[in-house]
Ligand binder design. Structure first.
Ligand SMILES: [Zn+2]
Length: 455
């Protein structure tokens, strides 16, 4: 068998490369490629056809199986993101920046699952048991029947799980786990993959649910959670800004429920508190009607969420003016700036543009296009939009406004929060009600004329 040549792997996305490069072609990350011992390719002399395998059991499509029984933690926001509760034998990855509160969230969740009758284990490779116990005390969870372990050796963990047979185990974090059959340092791509594979396989064969914690890393030496995303059933990301008390748990993949569902939490002294009405929260910091602010009626997963999009437009001293975008897709922003410039004749050359979503929320729906354009125009013209107005709609490259889904839910949520007028694309299938004046516009040019006068 030929000796395998050294292999280079991206620690961000796990892509394999033939040689080292500064930038990963697969995901675009810089300085993320490291050399790794190649995985064994197995005996090369035999083809698969040489020896017969076992015949697998086949079944028809008609088999009507009941949906998997789910266990609810009682944390409504957490259960929703999981798709309605925890599915037995499922593997879940919870990723997020270090220090964002993943351990706090999971300790609260696991304590709740334990209280609702599941046998729960919490394995920490990051902290000693005493530290986890101290956190549990701070969160008022000391009485919850969770069993605690501090270990990084995967072999010992699997032996323990085999003996204990819990319903749910939390591994905090996957980057600290170490499988002794892999010759690589803990945290490397091959270790993280091997450990995740072992744990997920264990979950599937023994009917144990596994939650893996994965830190989003900035340095290249430690593999990030994206490396194991494809191995698990559900991928959740815990987002938020450190300065802000709001945290958002977002499902980016879910075999057992809708993806893009979000759960909203507030970081308090006693842990994470659930936020039942995120719209009110995201709009709570909104002051008097100011230029550059537009309220977008969005949908996150299955529920409507209102957010404030803020823009600032200022003369630039730079040859290529700044385009600073937080919480929105910057590609989308460039497209809308180009449409405003070439279809509506409103140039942004020589102007710095800053865009932000209030409250640390991320808005990635194309339905936010019109609200985004409205915030930009309002900032540029220095004219405030009516404070009781919500906006939604997609903008095409021809500047036409395209209707978006769930218009009725968007309007209902807006009305509930005291908004009384809305602008939506022509072709939107709902009508305004008594408490909501709905204007439907065909294109961006009409919108500009309507809101800011001709020119
Ligand atoms: Zn990559």
């Amino acid at each position: 068998m030929a000796k395998a040549s050294p292999q280079f792997t991206c620690t961000e996305c796990g892509a394999a490369h033939k040689k080292w490069a500064g930038k990963c072609d697969a995901c675009g990350a810089w300085n993320s490629i490291v050399e790794e011992a190649p995985l064994s390719t197995g005996p090369a002399s035999k083809t698969l056809g040489a020896a017969k395998g076992r015949r697998i059991e086949l079944s028809t499509l008609a088999a009507d199986e009941a949906p998997p029984p789910r266990t609810r933690s009682g944390m409504i926001e957490f259960d929703r993101v999981l798709g309605g509760g925890l599915v037995p034998a499922s593997a879940i990855l919870v990723g997020g920046d270090p220090g964002i509160g993943k351990s706090t969230l999971l300790l609260q969740a696991v304590a709740n699952f334990a209280r609702s009758g599941l046998k729960c284990l919490y394995i920490s490779g990051e902290e000693a048991s005493a530290q986890v116990r101290m956190r549990a005390g701070r969160l008022g969870l000391s009485e919850a029947p969770v069993q605690l372990g501090a270990e990084t050796n995967l072999r010992n963990i699997l032996t323990t799980l085999e003996a204990e047979r819990p319903d749910l185990v939390v591994i905090d974090s996957i980057q600290t786990m170490w499988a002794d059959m892999v010759e690589a340092a803990p945290g490397s791509v091959s270790q993280v993959r091997a450990a995740a594979h072992e744990l997920v396989t264990f979950a599937k064969t023994r009917g144990v649910s596994v939650i893996l914690v994965g830190h989003v890393t900035k340095e290249g030496q430690i593999a990030g959670p994206r490396v194991v995303e494809h191995m698990v059933d559900t991928v959740l990301y815990f987002e938020g800004e450190r300065g802000h008390q709001f945290r958002i748990l977002r499902a980016v993949k879910n075999r057992f429920g809708p993806a893009s569902e979000i759960g909203v939490f507030e970081m308090t002294g006693a842990g994470l508190a659930e936020v039942a009405n995120p719209s009110a929260l995201f709009l709570s910091e909104r002051g008097q009607a100011a230029p550059g602010s537009a309220v977008f009626a969005g949908i996150e997963g299955t529920r409507p969420v209102l957010t404030e999009i803020q823009a600032l437009v200022a003369p630039s001293s730079l040859a290529s003016p700044r385009r600073t975008v937080v919480g929105l897709d910057s590609g989308r922003v460039s497209t809308i700036l180009a449409v405003l410039e070439s279809r509506c004749g409103i140039p942004f050359t020589g102007l710095d543009v800053f865009l932000n979503v209030a409250g640390g929320m991320k808005v990635l729906e194309p339905a936010a296009d019109l609200a985004l354009a409205a915030a930009l125009l309002s900032a540029r013209e220095d004219v405030a939009l009516p404070p009781d107005l919500v906006i939604f709609g997609e903008i095409s490259l021809s500047a036409a406004l395209r209707p978006v889904g769930q218009a009725e839910n968007r309007l209902k949520e807006a009305e509930k929060l005291g908004f009384s007028q809305a602008i939506a694309p022509q072709g939107t299938k709902v009508e305004g009600g008594a408490g909501m004046r709905l204007r439907k516009l065909p294109d961006l040019v009409t919108f500009v004329g309507d809101m800011f006068g001709a020119g």
